[in-house]
Ligand binder design. Structure first.
Ligand code: NAD
Length: 503
């Protein structure tokens, strides 16, 4: 890695609607993965910084909770307008720190924007129920109330979208937020925080705390934090779930994935090959919904692999600001880890059809490059199949029947997303009912649900039971209350120690 000659700026935390250095005891480096150059430093929180950020959120909660729903949603609408107008600026930040191509960065913002738009309609979703005269002279109604300060912990691969899966709903519902973004690409969070100030959000309602695992642990254990929304790898998601629930919090912890795409012989093979390439290599495979296992029925496998190979050959790899199709991997360390998997795949006997290690990128040779890699004849015990590689490596597994494919997919410990390509409606119906995966695409390679449904996997891809955004998100960020009301006439009084019976 080389560093820029001018002294890099150090990104502060964001607390109480302004940049905040905190204890400033430690910093991390943020590197542009397309050039290998350091962009900036970022402050990394110490325990006292965690306390200060949570205290800001705690102090802001009573006022924000009392702010009327109308006023709260007006701020959301302003935030939505500003984000839609200025999303180009945010996309440039994402590309410079994550490496994904600009179009893809814009795509991630638009998916986050959808959740903001959904949150703008929260008034409707927070409506309670009311039963008149449930018992004689007794009415019952329900309401949902905010929880208090909540923590959002996000991964590097969607520095804008993943935080936006959570904070728009949390804020609209009257909670206050401490966001701990990935330390690898932290600037998007500060940009979003500044936008909230412009939108009129009061101080302390949205705070950004930069840091590593110890900062996250501080949030998980802090008594004032009432809920944790986490997205990241499975081992950390499990740790977050276990620690935060042990400290009495509600938790949704979304983990890693190994997503399959099954192609049946009756599918349109050109469409299926396009989809496999898009879903396998978009964002350099650094998507939790990326397809990494392409399952082909024997009779069409040769033809499918040929078409995928041909399409991969047309991809332009390089700096995401140059109109390329695929950018670099996020760090040099991660690129090396993915390259190790490619070596392991070869050693374990898979057939390397396209070797991404031989790529010639458009742009700086110092970037963290690894081109699209295609393996054929992968078997279920090979590490390229068993592990989440999180890079541009697509493994083809050949099976003899639909039944064998379904068994393979259901035996996998992960259950985030899956896609089936077919023209047979009856098989598609069977598949969507029987597959043990949380998000299913039929002729759709990356079935990320729209904002008014909810996003979440099964098995090792989600710890907790509540999915992100949609009505499940609203439920997560509020708690229910049932109120039973009676206004008796003054003369209606009597002592009665029995449990009241409904009359
Ligand atoms: P990661 O697990 O390394 O980090 C995620 C977050 O956890 C970061 O904010 C990080 O600072 C923090 N963290 C790291 N170590 C920690 C520790 N020991 N204790 C507490 N917190 C810790 O994940 P990543 O590499 O940033 O992101 C890639 C992973 O995220 C992949 O596994 C991917 O599948 C997953 N992901 C899942 C979804 C989903 O919806 N299921 C979405 C996006 C990404």
């Amino acid at each position: 890695m080389t560093s820029e000659s001018s002294a890099p700026h150090t990104l502060p935390h964001w607390v109480g609607n302004e940049p905040w250095r905190g204890s400033a005891a430690r910093t991390g480096e943020v590197v542009d993965p397309a050039t290998g150059r350091r962009r900036l430093h970022v402050h990394l929180a110490e325990p006292a910084d965690v306390d200060a950020a949570v205290e800001a959120a705690r102090a802001a909660f009573p006022g924000w909770r009392e702010t009327s729903l109308t006023r709260r949603t007006q701020v959301l609408f302003r935030f939505r307008e500003l984000l839609a107008e200025r999303k180009g600026e945010l996309a440039e930040i994402i590309t410079a720190e994550h490496g994904k191509v600009l179009d893809d960065a814009l795509g991630e913002i638009s998916r986050g924007l959808e959740v903001v738009e959904f949150a703008c309609g929260l008034g409707h979703l927070l409506k309670g129920e009311m039963t008149d005269n449930a018992s004689t002279g007794v009415d019952v109604h329900s309401l949902r109330q905010p929880l208090g300060p909540v923590a959002v912990v996000s991964p590097f691969n969607f520095p804008a979208m993943v935080p936006m899966w959570f904070f728009p709903l949390a804020i609209a519902a009257g909670n206050t937020v401490v966001l701990k973004p990935s330390e690898k690409d932290p600037s998007a969070a500060n940009w979003l925080a500044e936008l909230w100030v412009e939108a009129g959000l009061p101080p302390g309602v949205f705070n950004v705390l930069h840091g590593e695992g110890d900062a996250v642990d501080g949030l998980l254990r802090h008594s004032a934090v009432k809920a944790v929304s986490f997205v990241g790898s499975t081992p950390i998601a499990r740790h977050v779930y276990e620690t935060a629930t042990a400290h009495g919090k509600r938790v949704q912890a979304l983990g890693g994935a190994k997503n399959h795409m099954l192609v049946l012989p009756d599918a349109d093979l050109d469409q299926a090959a396009d989809a496999a390439v898009n879903a396998g290599f978009g964002s350099a495979g650094e998507r939790c919904m990326a397809v990494s296992a392409l399952v082909a029925i024997d009779s069409v496998a040769d033809e499918l692999v040929d078409r995928v190979r041909e399409k991969v050959g047309g991809l332009r790899v390089g700096d995401g600001r140059r109109g390329t199709d695929m950018g670099p991997l996020v760090t040099g360390e991660h690129r090396d880890r993915v390259a190790d998997y490619v070596r392991a795949g070869v050693a374990e006997g898979a057939e390397l059809v396209v070797d991404g290690r031989e790529v010639t990128p458009e742009g700086s040779g110092e970037g963290f490059w690894l081109g699209p890699t295609l393996f054929d004849h992968v078997t279920p015990e090979m590490s390229v199949y068993t592990d989440e590689i999180f890079g541009p490596v697509l493994s083809v597994l050949r099976v003899s029947s639909y039944e064998e494919a379904l068994e393979l997919i259901n035996a996998n410990p992960y259950g985030n997303g899956v896609a089936l390509f077919t023209n047979d409606g009856r098989t598609a119906r069977h598949f969507q009912r029987e597959v043990e995966v949380g998000m299913v695409g039929i002729n759709v390679p990356i079935p990320v649900p729209v904002a008014y449904y909810s996003f979440g996997g099964w098995k090792a891809s989600l710890f907790g039971d509540t999915h992100a955004y949609g009505t499940e998100g609203v439920h997560f960020f509020t708690r229910g209350k049932a109120v039973t009301t009676r206004w008796p006439e003054p003369e209606q009084h009597q002592v009665g120690l029995g449990f009241p019976q409904n009359t």
